[in-house]
Design a protein around this ligand. Structure first.
Ligand code: SF4
Ligand SMILES: [Zn+2]
Length: 125
């Protein structure tokens, strides 16, 4: 245990949509009984990739006492849950992250994914 950054889920705001589950590369978030939760704290590295995916603003990163992040535990966990991987899709061209890297972004209150091929056109118009 040490003070470190870790994801915080506001259960009041969470509607259980599940959009935060696959953006977490460590597979640390699950939805149970209609609410997202961190399945095991040692799987969450506190990087916050899930935050931008939440349409409810239910996710944040806090600094508090938590079990150390454990990369070995992540590897084991991902090996066990390999079949549950859902590739994210670019809202613009439909390519998925197996074809091209995708980034989370926000548009008109929605969380969307955009690929690196489409991003330059969005930036430059
Ligand atoms: S994306 Fe937000 S609202 Fe949806 S399950 Fe995750 S925390 Fe809950
Ligand atoms: Zn695209």
């Amino acid at each position: 245990m040490a003070k470190r950054q870790i994801v915080k889920i506001d259960e009041e705001k969470c509607n259980g949509c599940g959009l935060c589950v696959s953006p977490c590369a460590e597979g640390a978030i699950v939805v149970e009984n209609g609410k997202a939760r961190v399945i095991r704290e040692e799987l969450c590295d506190g990087a916050g990739f899930c935050i931008g995916a939440c349409p409810q603003g239910a996710l944040s990163v806090e600094t508090r006492e938590a079990p150390d992040f454990d990369e070995k535990a992540v590897e084991k966990h991902l090996a066990q849950t390999a079949g549950e991987y859902i590739p994210q899709i670019c809202f613009n061209c439909g390519r998925n992250e197996d074809e091209v890297p995708v980034l989370p972004c926000r548009k008109k209150g929605k969380s969307i994914w955009v690929c690196t091929k489409c991003l330059p056109a969005l930036i430059h118009g």
